[in-house]
Design a protein around this ligand. Structure first.
Ligand SMILES: N[C@@H](CCC(=O)N[C@@H](CS)C(=O)NCC(=O)O)C(=O)O
Length: 227
């Protein structure tokens, strides 16, 4: 049994979608980011970085894993699925996973900070991160023009990138003209495990449609930025 410590964010969803796809039994412990619970001493013992997600594998002497990419690799290896066994196939999947960890995630995160959360509008910073996200989306689109999935078969690399890219409207980054990316986004969204995973720990209203929910989300994010 896996214990998942998480919140409704793209990095949290990477862990819950992976658990859903692998059909591994897990419990969910919701971490209250607006109350800064992720920086409490008990949680820092599991995740020294004080961020979500974290898993604890109760079957392996309560082994704790932090960093969403490391969690995905750990779970895929535990279940023996979603990460190829041969060294080149495994490397290809890890390359696209790291592309998300070092590119898509941090850049979309910063686009959100400057486009949505920062009280001052610093246009050059907004442009910088949104343009870089668009460039990264074009890299994905090119890859998806030559392959159905990012690596050889459906893998944790698709899950990691999708959990972020699906929120492109919130980051204010257009996907116009990226037809391969659009095809892949639709294919991912149609997977029942993906649908279930993004409702963990709870189903959020669409931030781009629900103004009140968006405002509340922005206020909480602003509080976190001030800490
Ligand atoms: N590199 C980390 C990033 C995790 C991360 O940034 N989590 C955010 C939510 S998406 C968080 O916990 N934010 C709260 C905070 O920064 O205190 C990972 O991939 O696990």
């Amino acid at each position: 049994m896996i214990d998942l410590y998480t919140a409704s964010t793209p990095n949290g969803h990477k862990a819950s979608v992976t658990l859903e796809e692998l059909e591994l039994p897990y419990t969910v412990r919701s971490v209250n980011l607006s109350e800064n619970e992720q920086k409490e001493g008990w949680y820092l013992k599991l995740n020294p970085n004080g961020r979500i997600p974290t898993i604890v594998d109760r079957d392996e002497d309560n082994f704790a894993v932090f960093e969403s990419g490391a969690i995905m690799i750990y779970l895929a290896e535990k279940a023996g699925r979603l990460l190829p066994g041969d060294s080149k196939g495994r490397s290809r999947a890890i390359q696209w996973l790291m592309f998300q960890m070092g590119g898509i995630g941090p850049m979309m995160g910063q686009a959100n900070v400057f486009f949505r959360y920062f009280p001052e509008k610093i246009q050059p910073a907004i442009d910088r991160y949104q343009h870089e996200c668009r460039r990264l989306f074009e890299v994905l689109d090119h890859r998806l023009g030559e392959s159905e999935w990012l690596a050889d078969d459906y893998s944790i690399a698709d899950i990691a990138n999708w959990c972020w890219v699906r929120t492109y409207k919130w980051s204010g980054v257009p996907i116009d003209g990226l037809k391969n990316l659009r095809r892949w986004l639709d294919a991912m969204k149609a997977r029942p495990a993906c649908q279930r995973g993004v409702e963990v720990p709870l189903k959020l209203p669409s931030m781009v449609k629900d103004e009140k929910a968006a405002q509340e989300f922005v206020e909480n994010a602003r509080k976190s930025l001030q800490r």
